[in-house]
Ligand binder design. Structure first.
Ligand code: FES
Length: 248
């Protein structure tokens, strides 16, 4: 049988799910962010609906998005570093890295009163757009380019390396999704019958012959090639490898 064309089948890649920063409801409240294929495979476009975040309904609201809780040392080892989405005085937004340019601690959300993002480690403060208000940091927080349609921000995320290949499994009984997994990143698989249809999470197997009962795969080292195996769906459709992300 002919191998399934990855470009026919995988049109999008999704980042999904929010977990509570309060710790009680970890990875709850599934919320699908779409990451569409960018011209270069190492780059992606993360689509975020700002209406999904109550904080962004208010002027000077701020959310910090990431794939893994911040460590006690205020840093992260995660591959996808946290980013900050700040709302301006009106209906304008800023998207910047949340990694302090001094020694890489993760800065706090924008404080509406002081209008600054303060680093918990040595007190650097950054303006709403990432410019340095005071050091020791000597460089602004890098900003991400984005476009906006209504409430949806399409954020260009460079260096994402999210290429996913799809093939029949060796026995032809299943479909193999192969991709590069990264440290402290949790992956799920979604299926949708049409490109615009609702996405449904599906269980997968981690070996070709194993039971398809696994719902998550967590990257333990960086740049590890991983194959997940899904049962063939009855209908034609689109598989998505999803990265869990949310407020951190
Ligand atoms: Fe942010 Fe030092 S790491 S001020």
């Amino acid at each position: 049988m002919k191998a399934v064309s990855r470009r026919e089948v995988i049109k999008t890649f999704a980042l999904g799910a929010v977990f509570s920063s309060l710790g009680a409801k970890s990875w709850a409240d599934s919320l699908l962010f779409e990451l569409q294929q960018a011209p270069a495979f190492w780059e992606g476009v993360l689509k975020i609906d700002v209406n999904a975040f109550p904080a962004l309904a208010e002027p000077l609201g701020s959310v910090r998005i990431g794939t893994f809780p911040i460590g006690a040392n205020q840093k992260t080892e995660a591959w996808l570093k946290p980013m900050m989405i700040n709302r301006g005085e009106g209906d304008d937004f800023y998207v910047v890295s949340a990694v302090c340019t001094h020694e890489e601690c993760i800065v706090r959300r924008l404080d509406a009163g002081s209008r600054a993002m303060v680093c918990p480690c040595h007190g650097s403060a950054f303006e709403i757009d990432g410019q340095v208000r005071n050091g020791p940091a000597g460089f602004p927080l890098p900003s991400f380019e984005f476009t906006r349609q209504g409430s949806v921000l399409s954020i260009s995320v460079p260096q994402l390396f999210y290429d996913v290949t799809v093939a029949q499994s060796a026995s032809k009984a299943r479909i193999e999704l192969r991709f590069v997994a990264f440290f402290q990143t949790v992956y799920e698989v979604y299926f949708r019958e049409t490109i615009d249809g609702p996405a449904q999470r599906v269980d997968f197997a981690v070996t070709e012959g194993g039971p398809a009962t696994t719902s998550e795969f967590t990257g333990t080292i960086n740049s590890e090639y991983v194959s997940l195996f899904v049962d063939k769906p009855g209908a034609h459709g689109f598989f998505q490898v999803a990265v869990k992300t949310g407020e951190v």
